[in-house]
Unconditional design. Structure first.
Ligand SMILES: Nc1ncnc2c1ncn2[C@@H]1O[C@H](COP(=O)(O)OP(=O)(O)OP(=O)(O)O)[C@@H](O)[C@H]1O
Ligand SMILES: [Mg+2]
Lengths: 324, 279, 310
């Protein structure tokens, strides 16, 4: 299998260069932002009781390595990344991982919950409407999912807040409790996760329906139908197996992007996830945190792309030829 | 397949087109039809009445006026972004599809653009320049063209490998002649569908930027209006949200719905397999 | 006769042409679609290519037109190397035309037949006014007996025979010197086939075109050509004047095509074997055929054959 080794090697080379490129882009964009993290350590912010003297300022700069020229900072940055060291938060005065992980966990809980909800809604619906394509049911479901797909997710979130928190008072208006009890965390994630699920299910439904339809049009399914196989057998044995590879790889991609698409929901719910951290670190020029978050975003998308590639390579021998 | 794709739209497409034309009309005639000047201020949080049909918002703008001027921003951003990114994307797709030697490197560039997370980067970029709508348009186009190129490229390749193109090259047609006269018309319906889609994306993205409060504060957009409203949690204590939050969200949703309707209609026309039909 | 007043130097000259297709970048064995073919076409002379499906006829035709770049070898058209497409001047292209294997693929489906036929003229800016163009197109349509009322239709709105005529009309529009006809009749019924063949023959004789006529059917090939070449797995295995080849075919494969000898049925052929390409099916194979490939050689009277028995 020298051939598939070459496939993997060249794919890996491509993804590695993608990693390097994204690291560089993130680094340059963030470090070149006008303004400095020390602006907010000085007199303006209320909770900082001291004034930064020029001397202290320089000390701090050299402490954080920010007095060096950009290319030296870059080398340090990359070197740290290679050792899985994400640096030290300037604003929070703590290692970035300590700050980042709890927020990332919260976000992951949200999107995993939401993703599970969304698939369990859209998967059966898409099979039903692909199977009975053109029926009234299909038309209604499709129109509905198109409408949901068009509504911006922050609008859905606001709607949810108004209905469930303001009018019915079922869910909390504020996104987190002080206690770190797992049940509490789940409870606060539930509302945003439901909104997120609804917002994502429109997209998931639409592409799953399309993959099922193109699979249903293939000759072997028509053949199976003409043989008089039971619908259930056809769906389970042929339809699902045939369309699994495009669906799984697309789902992997969607999951990668959901880290981004959940930003709006998190923001409306004031959810203490990665979005909150992103906006804070952006506001206070907390370079290490900001860079780490952006890299996490890009890496997830890249990794999910790679996984989608690998999945379709393993499941579907057809992509092996002519993949360029 | 593609010959008649654009000659008429289905019922979904027609509804979408009417709505979008309505929004365009509002946007263009904003100074004429809006009841007040967008800068004039009144009492904040006045409920709807005969003087203020949709009430006033937190700083005292007339909501209807803001709504009408917001249509202008949305339509401008959507149209301009879609135009720029469809143009660049189409051009890239044509070049990558017709010049085999350039395809691998262009594909790699596209792959890179497709992993850039749009919103976080706009957040960062807004640190460099305050995003007035022209910068928003540029940034959104910068992130949008790769998708268009990615979608159109396979079709270009397919048409370019057709026998009639080979025949024309053999009898002396230049590459650009073939691209302009044969490949461009063949990809045109798909490019239009992509244009509408990209327009919708841009309108949503612009609203999102406004929603995060990153736009130039003087911009009168639906997203900014939602952002301002959300900052005052008082609106949820009474029914103020019904007139300061409801209308911009509704307008945004309707506009996005119409672009989705049009693009899905076009898509099923270009790719008839997806068309709703019984068998 | 026409044959004798043609110029001595060949119009189209293929030297040592080889084309190897590779599938994707890494998968699949390479396929030798054309291998070590030498071919000369004099001005006004025509040559028929025949051979089984997949023997590389279309590929050879496209190489000679400069549509496909050969893996090695050269194509000279009037002394100009076509394998270097950038160096080919446009006026040279005007002298060529191509009728692809599938006529319905030969035209842009979005364009009316009229525009499709006129396109070569427009590319080379050979006509001044719209009226002149119309006149020429109608004349062309008449030449190929195409009903002029069909000119306003699009390619998918006319029948196979009609579109074939339109393709021929378009191919003739620039008064070419060299024309490749790839199986122009394979999709048609017998009587239309005969019509089209007669039409092509008349045109060729009237306009003194060098015609490369491709057909998998040796009967049709012999109807058209002065000379006929038989291809097998990318090689030319026999080439001679039509009468000679039909009356006394030498290569066992040609004999098989003509139905003179019975051919063994072989369920699968060896792909790229070292020996004779016909080895596994040959009824009269000998020992050396397995190891060495016979070269194409002249056995007298311009009759070439690649077989160890001659
Ligand atoms: N673009 C291509 N890529 C890869 N292989 C090709 C390509 N074109 C042709 N081939 C292969 O080259 C060989 C010769 O093909 P070609 O089309 O020249 O045969 P042919 O003699 O014209 O057959 P037919 O009578 O069926 O038209 C075949 O094995 C074919 O599979
Ligand atoms: Mg052929």
């Amino acid at each position: 299998m020298g051939v598939s080794r070459r496939f993997f090697v060249s794919k890996a080379a491509f993804y590695i260069s993608l990693f390097i490129l994204s690291i560089t882009t993130v680094f340059l964009l963030v470090r070149m932002m006008p303004g400095s993290p020390l602006d907010y350590l000085g007199g303006e912010a209320e909770d900082v009781p001291y004034i930064l003297t020029e001397e202290v300022r320089e000390k701090l700069l050299s402490y954080y390595g920010l007095d060096k020229p950009l290319w030296e900072q870059y080398i340090v940055f990359v070197n740290n990344l290679l050792h899985l060291n994400f640096g030290y938060s300037i604003y929070f005065s703590e290692p970035v991982t300590r700050i980042l992980l709890p927020h990332l966990m919260r976000t992951l809980i949200l999107i995993t919950l939401g993703f599970l909800f969304s698939i369990s809604i859209s998967f059966p619906l898409s099979i039903i409407s692909a199977w009975r394509r053109g029926s009234t049911l299909d038309t209604i479901i499709t129109l509905l999912s198109m409408s949901i797909y068009s509504i911006p997710s922050f609008a859905l979130a606001i709607l949810f807040l108004i209905v469930f928190s303001v009018e019915l008072k079922l869910f909390p208006l504020i996104g987190f409790s002080a206690e770190e009890n797992i049940l509490d965390i789940l409870w606060y994630a539930l509302g945003p996760a439901m909104v997120f699920a609804v917002a994502e299910s429109g997209r998931a439904y639409y592409f799953m329906r399309n993959s099922f339809i193109s699979e249903l049009d293939k000759d072997y399914i028509l053949f199976a139908k003409s043989k008089g196989l039971k619908n259930k057998t056809i769906i389970l044995r042929h339809l699902l197996r045939g369309s699994l590879s495009p669906i799984i790889s697309k789902l992997a991609l969607l999951f990668g992007y959901s880290l981004l698409s959940c930003m709006f929901v998190e923001n409306v719910f004031n959810y203490p996830g990665i979005t909150w951290l992103l906006l804070i670190s952006y506001e206070y020029y907390d370079y290490p945190v900001l860079e780490s978050i952006l890299l996490i975003f890009m890496f997830t998308v890249i990794v999910m792309n790679a996984i989608a590639d690998i999945i379709s390579f393993i499941i579907d021998p057809r992509v092996r030829g002519g993949w360029m | 397949m593609d010959v008649k794709a654009l000659s008429f739209l289905g019922i979904k497409g027609k509804i979408g087109l009417i709505i979008i034309l309505f929004v365009v009309f509002i946007g263009i005639t904003a100074p004429v039809i809006s009841p007040y000047d967008p800068t004039s201020l009144f009492e904040p949080f006045e409920p709807p009445s005969s003087t203020h049909l949709l009430g006033t918002d937190d700083v005292g703008h007339d909501v209807l006026t803001i709504l009408i001027y917001g249509a202008r921003v949305s339509i401008l951003v959507g149209f301009a972004t879609a135009t720029i990114s469809t143009f660049i994307g189409l051009l890239t797709a044509l070049i990558a599809g017709c010049y085999e030697g350039l395809d691998p490197i262009i594909s790699r560039i596209l792959d890179f653009f497709l992993v850039i997370p749009r919103i976080p980067f706009i957040v960062i970029i807004s640190a460099f320049l305050t995003p007035n709508i022209f910068i928003v348009i540029l940034v959104l186009s910068f992130f949008g063209w790769a998708k268009t190129a990615r979608v159109i490229k396979p079709l270009v390749k397919q048409v370019y490998s057709r026998e009639y193109v080979k025949r024309l090259k053999c009898i002396g047609a230049g590459n650009w002649y073939i691209i302009l006269r044969h490949i461009l018309p063949a990809t045109f319906p798909l490019a239009v569908a992509q244009f509408v889609l990209e327009g919708g994306h841009a309108i949503l993205a612009e609203a999102s930027i406004g929603f995060f409060g990153l736009e130039d504060p003087s911009t009168l957009s639906w997203g900014m209006e939602i952002n301002h409203a959300l900052q005052k949690s008082i609106i949820f204590l009474t029914n103020i949200w019904t007139w300061v939050l409801g209308p911009p969200i509704l307008m945004l949703t309707i506009t996005l719905l119409s672009t989705t309707f049009i693009s899905i209609d076009l898509e099923t026309r270009i790719n008839p397999r997806l068309k709703v039909r019984s068998w | 006769m026409m044959r004798f007043n043609s110029l001595k130097t060949p119009l189209v000259q293929g030297i040592n042409l080889t084309k190897i297709f590779r599938y994707g970048l890494i998968w699949g064995e390479p396929v030798e679609a054309v291998k070590n073919v030498n071919i000369n076409l004099l001005r006004g002379a025509s040559l028929s290519l025949t051979g089984e499906s997949g023997s590389g006829k279309t590929t050879l035709g496209k190489i000679l037109l400069g549509i496909i770049r050969p893996t090695s070898g050269k194509v000279l058209f009037n002394g100009i190397d076509l394998t270097n497409p950038k160096r080919v001047p446009k006026y040279i292209r005007r002298m060529m035309s191509y009728i692809p294997q599938h006529p319905e693929e030969a035209f842009d489906p979005r364009w009316r037949l009229y525009d499709n036929i006129a396109e070569p003229l427009r590319i080379h800016k050979l006509i001044g006014s719209k009226e002149e163009e119309k006149e020429i197109i109608f004349k062309l349509a008449e030449d190929v007996s195409l009903d002029t009322s069909l000119l306003n239709r699009r390619p998918f709105e006319v029948s196979g025979g009609e579109i074939q005529r339109a393709v021929i009309a378009s191919a003739l529009a620039t008064n070419p010197l060299f024309m490749v006809c790839d199986e122009p009749t394979s999709m048609l019924d017998i009587s239309t086939q005969a019509d089209i063949l007669r039409l092509l023959k008349n045109i060729r004789d009237k306009l003194n075109i060098s015609l490369l006529f491709i057909s998998h059917d040796i009967e049709i090939a012999s109807f058209m050509g002065f000379k006929i070449a038989v291809m097998l797995k990318g090689r030319i295995v026999e080439m001679a004047d039509v009468d000679k080849l039909i009356n006394e075919p030498l290569h066992p494969y040609t004999q098989g095509l003509l139905g003179i000898v019975k051919v063994e049925y072989v369920s699968s052929y060896a792909k790229n074997c070292r020996g004779c390409p016909y080895y596994d099916r040959c009824p009269v194979k000998m020992l050396p055929c397995r190891e060495k490939e016979p070269k194409l050689k002249n056995v007298g009277g311009d009759h070439y054959v690649a077989c160890f028995r001659y």
